[in-house]
Design a protein around this ligand. Structure first.
Ligand code: ZN
Length: 135
């Protein structure tokens, strides 16, 4: 498997605009776009930094996984996404290695990415995402 970078860090927030302030006003980063991802029931704000980005995730429904996360654990870091060259191959290798998967096949992520989540039980309770992009 070829992992090329940390693609993004996903942060669960109640309010995108509120949460974006420290990144925009203090860290002087730009929010380059806001996109709704119906598959995950979130609105995502993209804040690129170098080869990676911070993604702020605001739930759009009460049954959104991010809403449940906030309810249980409060706002905070939700997941870390690793960029892979070939997502199908990475998932097959994860399965072969006995790593528990949340997604056995790729699904659509924000920004045109294809993504899959690994189960946090396999990674010290950190939710890991594998992410493939065409660029
Ligand atoms: Zn993500």
């Amino acid at each position: 498997m070829e992992v090329t970078r940390i693609d993004h860090i996903g942060i669960a927030v109640r309010d995108l605009e509120e949460a974006a302030k420290i990144y925009r006003d203090f860290l002087q980063l730009k929010v380059t776009g806001i996109e709704e991802v119906p598959d995950q029931k979130v609105k995502v704000a993209f804040i690129p930094i170098g080869d990676s980005e911070v993604e702020l995730l605001e739930p759009t429904t009460e049954d959104s996984p991010v809403a449940k996360f906030i309810e249980k654990r409060g706002e905070g870091i939700h997941h870390i996404a690793f960029r892979v060259k070939n997502l199908e191959e990475a998932l097959a290798q994860a399965q072969a290695a006995g790593i528990r998967l949340i997604d056995e096949s790729p699904r659509p992520g924000a920004g045109g990415a294809r993504i899959a989540f690994l189960h946090p039980k396999s990674s010290n309770r950190v939710l890991l995402e594998l992410c493939e992009r065409t660029d």
